[in-house]
Design a protein around this ligand. Structure first.
Ligand SMILES: [Ca+2]
Ligand SMILES: [Ca+2]
Length: 339
């Protein structure tokens, strides 16, 4: 996308020969350039290092790969960022009442149930392999208790799923439709997209931070090294390490997957040029179909009742509570009669 602009600039510098038009940057080019300025510095570095492209190109490729028909929203990304709260990308301690901390994972995308109560996602093996009952933020504070935990083997008749929902129990946390990194960088989650081959994706994990890659295959059967279980997921090339499990995998500002696992780099670090093989559960293919009408990924644009007011503005201030001001049994975010 910069090629055209660069050509135009060179043309100006060299005094254009007659008949050569100097094309102005398109509105879309300008928009992605403006939005890229709001991305976290570490993510911009990861995009350059791992994908070899600049941040505006990354946002444009992500948007085009998602197949979304509408134009990207014409506003700066920072305008989409809500007040700070609990968000995807945060490190979580896995705990049991009897044994205390039994592991570390990363909190995935935030979701709400059919009544609007906050229900973050993470990887199923975070609980299944450790018997963890609860998740707490590494920086302090209870998140909630593991609710639905799926970690099953295709070979024994399972669906090959590896995801979990966490029932948020801390009334003081404010769920945010964003992905954060360990240094305070934030990216809004504007929507949900299916993985498609070649799509650029980045993940923010507690262990290896931002790393990026591309979707290699939409559907693979991966064998978990630790358990030998066969999982169905999509394959991508963003490096990951132990503790990154559950991390949000996004393309631009669109939620794509829940990180399942990947090749572990020496010392738990990603090489300077990243690379690697990782798999993630697709929100569109693997997670959301298991909860028809009962689980919604929290985004800045989601509007279940089509009343023009985003879901996130129609939820109860207490994320463990139901908002139903007109007491008709339908929560406000799904009740067009209630705003
Ligand atoms: Ca609404
Ligand atoms: Ca209602």
């Amino acid at each position: 996308m910069f090629g055209r602009r660069l050509a135009a600039l060179l043309c100006v510098a060299a005094l254009c020969p007659p008949g050569v038009a100097v094309a102005a940057p398109s509105t879309v080019d300008t928009l992605f350039s403006l939005q890229a300025k709001d991305l976290p510095a570490d993510l911009i570095d990861a995009v350059r290092r791992d994908l070899g492209i600049d941040a505006p190109t990354y946002l444009e490729q992500a948007w085009r790969a998602s197949g979304r028909a509408e134009s990207p929203l014409e506003r700066p990304l920072r305008a989409l960022l809500p007040s700070r709260g609990v968000a995807a990308g945060m490190g979580v301690r896995l705990t049991t009442a009897a044994r205390g901390q039994v592991g570390l994972c990363t909190l995935g995308f935030l979701a709400v149930d059919e009544m609007g109560r906050s229900t973050p996602l993470t990887a199923g093996h975070c609980s299944a392999l450790t018997s963890a009952e609860n998740a707490e933020l590494e920086r302090g504070g209870v998140v909630g208790r593991f609710d639905t935990v799926r970690f099953d083997d295709l070979r024994s008749g399972g669906a090959g799923d590896d995801y979990a929902t966490v029932r948020l129990t801390n009334p003081w946390l404010r769920p945010a439709a964003e992905v954060i990194d360990q240094r305070g960088g934030r990216v809004p989650v504007e929507g949900v997209a299916a993985p498609v081959e070649g799509m650029p994706v980045c993940k923010s994990g507690r262990t290896t931070g931002w790393t990026c890659g591309r979707v290699r295959k939409q559907r693979v059967h991966a064998v978990s090294a630790a358990t030998g279980r066969r999982i169905e997921a999509f394959a991508h090339t963003a490096c990951s390490g132990i503790g990154d499990s559950g991390a949000p995998v996004l393309s631009g500002t669109l939620a794509v997957g829940v990180l399942q696992g990947g090749t572990q780099a020496p010392g738990g670090r990603c090489p300077a040029d990243s690379g690697g093989e990782a798999v993630a559960e697709s929100l569109v293919h693997d997670v959301l179909p298991d909860f028809p009408g009962t689980l919604f990924v929290l985004t800045t644009t989601g509007d279940q009742d089509h009343d023009g007011k985003p879901d996130i503005e129609e939820l109860a201030a207490d994320p463990t509570a139901v908002r139903d001001d007109n007491a008709n049994g339908i929560p406000a975010f799904r009740d067009a009669a209630e705003r």
